[in-house]
Design a protein around this ligand. Structure first.
Ligand code: URA
Ligand code: CA
Length: 433
């Protein structure tokens, strides 16, 4: 087999065989196929697309390029959730205990990563003593015991995706549906998921700016999952404004606790119930989405979701008392209000830019070397559609610095107030099964 023939075939719109796709992925990962030929094939895929079978083959070839996590010692169907990323997305912290309380095992491998706030692990480390350095045995035992555990990234997962993603980044081939879909799905499958729920974000703060693009990506991923034996569902959700009120690590932990108590922001709660219902159905604990939703509402109401969160914190070395006393979380030294300059309605909160304001305070990493200040961040006091009077606070800033003028400027430039009541954005745009 020669890579040049494979490039030529795809260039002319042909269908690659399973063997050809595997030859390419293996050859590129081990270095026998050079960057220039891989780039050329990626560009051909960008223009000529791949059919469902080719997409499934590409995904599995990337899965098989590295280690795969074996979760077979965990009882039950392991359902993983993936979000395509957003601002102040606290859903993982809520969903874990929520679906675990219904009996769905959550064996989560999580990361730190760059962004407006830290990743799930950074957020959890706002809880004194909490750590993710579990052995595989401890990890499995805890999931069997209380249905929920989180560990840091281990093993050499999907090296083919790492290498291809880096190449796509510099060859203008990132924004290709078959390439994005196989990249995301390969990582979930290698991490041991039996079933997958996807939250594809759309809007200003998202990777997919339009609902149309988000739907195409979601359909592609659901198709791949189902074709490789992993039941998959997706939703399209709004990320034109940040989710919930909190953007910051300790602030989001508090918001998650409020939500598990049934006192969280309306949008975050609704998103968690929607995604959670799909997880419960795929996990085999309910027949219908409606039945699953009832179960989730019940574990919020009877306190068992919050109880699981306490046991989970304790199991990983943290102080569970934070759940009943959130003042034990890291506290910022200063708070500042950002008052509205006029009467009207909040018409726009640009998710990306407001997230960057939180990052300037130190809530997220700009580079891998940056350190995070877990206490700082923003609390939105208004969401899109809310009425506001002059002088009322739009945002509370939690800071460990006295000068926050650049953060205030950024907030004023990216929160718009209009005279007319705007259409509030729809939180769940579509459900794809
Ligand atoms: N996120 C991924 O993991 N892969 C892509 O290709 C794009 C976004
Ligand atoms: Ca939030």
């Amino acid at each position: 087999m020669r890579i040049v023939d494979i490039i030529e075939k795809k260039r002319d719109g042909g269908e690659l065989t399973t063997e050809e796709i595997r030859f390419f992925v293996e050859g590129y990962t081990n270095g026998s196929i050079p960057d220039y030929q891989a780039s050329s094939l990626l560009m051909a895929i960008y223009f000529k697309d791949m059919n469902d079978r080719e997409r499934a083959d590409l995904t599995m070839a990337m899965v098989e390029s590295g280690d795969q996590i074996d979760l077979s010692k965990i009882e039950g169907i392991k359902v993983d959730k993936h979000s395509t990323g957003g601002v102040g997305d606290t859903t993982t912290l809520v969903l874990g205990p929520l679906v675990a309380a219904v009996g769905v095992p959550v064996a989560k491998m999580s990361g730190r990563g760059l962004g407006h706030t830290g990743g799930t692990i950074d957020k959890l480390e706002a809880i004194e003593g909490f750590h993710v350095e579990l052995t595989t045995e401890q990890f499995i035992e805890q999931v069997n015991d209380i249905k929920l555990a989180v560990i840091g990234q281990t093993g050499n997962l999907t090296p083919a995706d790492k290498k291809l993603y880096a190449l796509r980044d510099v060859t203008a081939t990132v924004s290709s549906i078959p390439l994005i879909a196989s990249s995301i799905m390969s990582k979930k499958i290698a991490a041991g998921a039996d079933a997958i729920v996807l939250d594809v974000k759309t809007g200003e703060g998202a990777f997919m700016k339009t609902v149309e693009d988000a739907k195409n990506l979601a359909h592609a991923m659901v198709q791949i999952g189902n074709n490789v034996g992993r039941n998959t569902m997706a939703i399209i959700s709004d990320m034109s404004q940040p989710l919930g009120f909190a953007i910051g690590n300790a602030l989001e932990v508090k918001e998650a606790i409020d939500t598990l108590r049934g006192e969280g922001p309306e949008d975050l709660t609704e998103l968690c119930l929607t995604l959670g219902s799909q997880m419960v159905v795929l996990g085999g604990h309910a027949k219908t989405i409606e039945e699953a939703r009832e179960q989730l509402l019940e574990v919020i109401k009877n306190g068992s979701a919050l109880e699981i969160f306490k046991q989970f914190i304790e199991g990983q070395g943290g102080n569970p008392a934070v759940v009943d006393d959130t003042s034990l979380l890291p506290q910022a030294q200063y708070t500042f209000e950002v008052p509205a300059k006029e009467d009207g309605f909040v018409s726009f909160i640009e998710a990306d830019e407001v997230g960057t304001a939180a990052m300037i305070l130190g809530a997220g990493r700009a580079t891998k070397e940056s350190t995070i200040d877990l206490a700082v961040g923003l609390m939105l006091r208004k969401k899109v559609g809310d009425k506001v009077t002059k002088g009322e606070s739009l945002v509370t800033i939690y800071a460990n610095q006295e000068d926050v003028s650049s953060v205030i400027d950024k907030i004023y430039s990216h929160i718009k107030i209009s005279k007319e009541a705007p259409q509030a954005p729809k939180l769940i745009e579509a459900i794809i099964t």
